[in-house]
Design a protein. Structure first.
Length: 60
């Protein structure tokens, strides 16, 4: 019985490690999405700047 319990504990630890690595992957995915959103807002700001320049040229 002792050996079986040891194996059960080991498999439990393995499952815990798998769960932790899953959470790490989720965190990485979330940070990736945040980076993507930052990039998109940067592009939006660039477009706003370009439209501002176009308006300035139209005024001239």
């Amino acid at each position: 019985g002792e050996e079986r319990r040891g194996e059960a504990r080991r498999s439990e630890e393995k499952r815990g490690e798998a769960r932790r690595s899953e959470e790490k992957r989720g965190e990485a995915r979330r940070s990736e999405e945040k980076r993507g959103e930052a990039r998109r807002s940067e592009e939006k700001r660039g477009e706003a700047r370009r439209s501002e320049e176009k308006r300035g040229e139209a005024r001239r």
